[in-house]
Design a protein around this ligand. Sequence first.
Ligand code: FUB
Length: 344
Amino acid sequence: MEGKKYLYPSDYMADPSAHVFNDRLYIYPSHDWDAGECEDDDGGHFQMRDYHVLSFDDLENGQATDHGVILDVDQVAWAEKQMWDSDVVEKDGKYYLVFSAKGYDGVFRLGLAVADKPEGPFIPQEHPIRGSFSIDPCVFKDEDGSIYTYFGGLWGGQLQWWQPLAQGNAPIPGKYGDQNGLIDLGPAADRKTQIFAKPDAPALPSAVVKMSDDMQFAEAPRQVLILDKNGEPMKAGDPHRFFEASWMHKYKGKYYFSYSTGDSHFLCYATGDNPYGPFTYQGVIMTPVVGWTTHHAIAEYKGKWYIFHHDCVPSNDKTWLRSLKVCELHYNEDGSIQPIEGLD
Ligand code: FUB
């Protein structure tokens, strides 16, 4: 594939998850629209209400098929708004959509909806996944059939409310105790210059959890530890630390955990030898794109590897109106990923 291609120019969509089901490529994006909300550091301008699914049988030369709305916020009893990133996994012939949404209590949780086909319709469960929190699920099925969900996102994604994970499920909004190496955020208007952890403290980790047969959490979520090349936990002040948008894929037996660095706008990756990690930081996959957020998925289709992501070029940099894009992903002989220029 030469260069990059916009996947669906006729609508604003973002946060792609990509999977091949029955030889067809499916993209599960967030569905952006202009809700007229002011931009803020908690993502209040991302007021998505529904999900569509797109599919392709010829990614490079063909057009996307839009299968229409597969789930609307009004169908989900527990969710009030903000249908953010989602992912889909196949298990025993059923398709499970795991999605992020904000409940009536103002807390982001992960929801579950089930379908008989990859293109839906998806029937939501009445309650969020037990013990879930924060945003941006990536549901990864390993070769032995075990399913893991990676999730979490800082700032508006509320991951900082749930540190340390071992303390149970009660959120602690507004509290950033020193014992965790965290500092108080102060008023929202000041946030741009602040971070949630002291720069030389370990970066706040995302979470991974094994799923049970009924696609609930089979265990307490574990921290996803990213180590630097010296084997030390990556620091909160490192511009390559985790922020949101987890993705997991496997290449030549290695586990590749990739993510967005949020306020420093990179897509980065770390590798490990099992699904729980720890993962060792390897480098940047994509430099910043036009638009504040960057978010991706990596999948193999018809013998080639691709990265799916979004940018805000078509909307003239309106950060809440993003467009899906794809290009090829290339590995070096040693398994490292060749970095991609985000502005191309
Ligand atoms: O789409 C809303 C949020 O923006 C996602 O959850 C993040 O990953 C970022 O792309």
